[in-house]
Design a protein. Structure first.
Length: 364
């Protein structure tokens, strides 16, 4: 199974949802960087399950145990290795899934690809549980980027059909976005947060789910980071984002909405801010030709409705080779997008740090 990404900063994840532990290895981090462990744990809590009634009630502390690469909270230059113990597995909830695959899950495709012994309890290595190691690595990457004046923050642009207040793409209020990041529903508009809360509680009662869109911003990036064609900023960000379970679409800047507009309205006109070249708008999302142009990087990530719902669904028995009914057990999120905000910040930070490693001698 492919579980690694990155060039100058490489990240590998391991483990399964209902195994002893999950974890990761990060290679290429600079030596001597002080990691704020309290800040990292606070970042991890934003993703951790069981924090409130809007989420799955599987409760995991998600506290990383560092095995190598960190001495007195300082990176040592060697590969950073860590694990997170799984402490709340209910594996019996998944006993029937070896024979009856869950709709829109990887149960069937994983079995065909890897054989009958593939561990799919709780989704196995395909589970969103594996995003916890991404948040450990990404949480550290966010701290390193901030030390270089680069800030990455995200919000829920949309949940179901409920949209947050629009953010100015050319001049995002990063302090405001950061301030709502610790909210259970990371929206800027408090009224919209209440609407989403009511929606999620109704979905929870109905045994159903919905999806959403996370929008992430990165400011402070230098001009000229990236490559054209097949190895640009968009390429690597999209590739890594699609490694997060439930992601169904990625766009940049004005995104798909801008595709139905006019060139005269979408083109980002150049202007001078003192001796700095800027653009008056930012429909390009801070990227042109796969390379940063100095404007805020803007990416949207579409997340599908949680596939694990409690209403009866149609499936098949693989042994009997006949249709059957399935009622899913276990503990699941009515909307996984709510916990995905920090995950998208993490993968964005890791990709950007990877690109910086190609040009920043301090990261080599």
């Amino acid at each position: 199974m492919s579980s690694s990404f990155g060039k100058t900063i490489t990240v590998s994840t391991f483990g399964v949802s209902h195994g002893y532990a999950i974890g990761g290895i990060v290679d290429g981090l600079p030596c001597g960087f002080h990691v704020n462990i309290d800040e990292l744990r606070a970042f991890m809590r934003r993703r951790a399950p069981g924090q409130n009634q809007l989420q799955t009630q599987r409760r995991e502390a998600d506290i990383p145990e560092f095995l190598a690469g960190l001495v007195d909270d300082m990176t040592s230059g060697s590969p950073l290795a860590f694990m997170i113990r799984n402490t709340s597995q209910h594996s019996s909830d998944y006993n029937n899934l070896r024979d009856i695959p869950r709709p829109s899950h990887a149960d069937y495709t994983a079995r065909v690809r890897y054989g009958d012994m593939v561990d799919m309890r709780g989704g196995g290595h395909f589970s969103a549980r594996i995003t916890a190691p991404l948040c450990v690595a990404g949480g550290i990457a966010l701290q390193i980027l901030r030390s270089k004046g680069i800030h990455v923050h995200a919000h829920l642009k949309q949940v179901g059909t409920i949209q947050d207040a629009p953010i100015n793409l050319a001049n995002p209020d990063m302090d405001t976005i950061k301030a709502v990041s610790s909210e259970p529903i990371a929206m800027v508009d408090a009224a919209k947060r209440k609407e989403v809360e009511d929606l999620v509680y109704k979905l929870k009662s109905d045994g159903d789910s919905t999806g959403g869109i996370v929008e992430v911003f990165a400011t402070g990036l230098p001009v000229g980071i990236g490559n054209p064609n097949f190895d640009g900023i968009e390429n690597r960000l999209a590739r890594t984002a699609f490694g997060v379970p439930a992601i169904k679409g990625v766009s940049f800047g004005s995104g798909f909405e801008g595709c139905s507009s006019l060139g005269s309205l979408q083109n980002d006109a150049f202007t001078m801010d003192g001796d700095v070249v800027k653009t008056t708008t930012n429909n390009s999302g801070g990227i042109q030709g796969g390379i940063t142009n100095g404007m805020p990087l803007v990416m949207q990530v579409g997340i599908k409705p949680t596939a694990s719902i409690y209403t009866e669904q149609n499936s098949v028995s693989l042994s009997a080779k006949e249709p059957t009914k399935l009622v899913i057990k276990g503990r699941h999120d009515p909307c996984v997008a709510l916990r995905a905000v920090s995950i998208i910040e993490a993968v964005t930070a890791l990709v950007l740090l990877d690109f910086l490693g190609e040009v920043d001698h301090e990261l080599r």
